[in-house]
Design a protein around this ligand. Structure first.
Ligand code: C5P
Length: 208
């Protein structure tokens, strides 16, 4: 039986990426981290001189393919912040829409995670999760992840970055970060990854 599309949205460092990977593995379906698409667009703009040229960012989005994205290189805080700038542009979002919908249309089903999967990209998804946690807990997780990779970071700087990104992602006019009315909310503030995964699978099982 096809798993259908499982849409997982939420703010930065909520745990949605790890959950999405685990859920995709459990169902044996492909997973797309859509944040990587916006990060790749931002990285190409930064490499070409900056984020100001909106037309260049749209052209970079049109040229993007889902294969061959270097997740490790795209994970930096600088690229994350730049991604949320280019992601506010409707032209960039429109240019990345087909790519995401084609990925979602694979016959066996797929898991996509991002900010607008349940609201805009896959409104008919078989199951939708909205994964949250307090900004403080998300900052602590992101800090540990950055330090684990040897990247320089402080708690205060990471928390400030998370608050800025939350405000930009939720406040933008184009596909803001929103819980879809039919999405199931999963607050991971007090859950470790195993408990969050178990809770996510139980929510999805109840939906299918
Ligand atoms: O999830 P991640 O932190 O990698 O996303 C980077 C940025 O890309 C987010 O802050 C958000 O602005 C943007 N994004 C988006 N829509 C998505 C996925 C990511 O706007 N579906």
């Amino acid at each position: 039986m096809s798993a259908g599309v499982i849409a997982i949205d939420g703010p930065a460092a909520s745990g949605k990426g790890t959950l999405a990977r685990r859920i995709a593995a459990a169902f044996g379906v492909p997973h797309l981290d859509t944040g990587l698409l916006y990060r790749a667009v931002a990285a190409r703009c930064l490499a070409a001189g900056g984020l100001d040229d909106e037309a260049a960012s749209i052209a970079a989005a049109r040229a993007l393919e889902v294969t061959g994205l270097d997740a490790e290189a795209l994970r930096s805080a600088e690229i994350g912040a730049a991604a949320s700038v280019v992601a506010a542009r409707p032209g960039v979002r429109a240019a990345l829409m087909d790519l995401q919908r084609r990925f979602a249309a694979q016959p066996g089903g797929a898991v996509l995670d991002g900010r607008d999967i349940g609201t805009v990209i896959c409104p008919d998804a078989a199951a939708k999760l909205f994964v949250t946690a307090t900004p403080e807990v998300r900052a602590r997780r992101r800090l540990n992840e950055l330090l684990g990779r040897g990247a320089p970071a402080t708690y205060d700087a990471v928390l400030a970055d998370i608050r800025t990104r939350d405000a930009r992602d939720s406040g933008r006019a184009a596909a803001p970060l929103l819980q879809a009315p039919d999405a199931l909310r999963l607050d991971t503030t007090d859950l470790d990854i195993e408990a969050a995964f178990a809770a996510a699978m139980a929510l999805i099982a109840g939906k299918r």
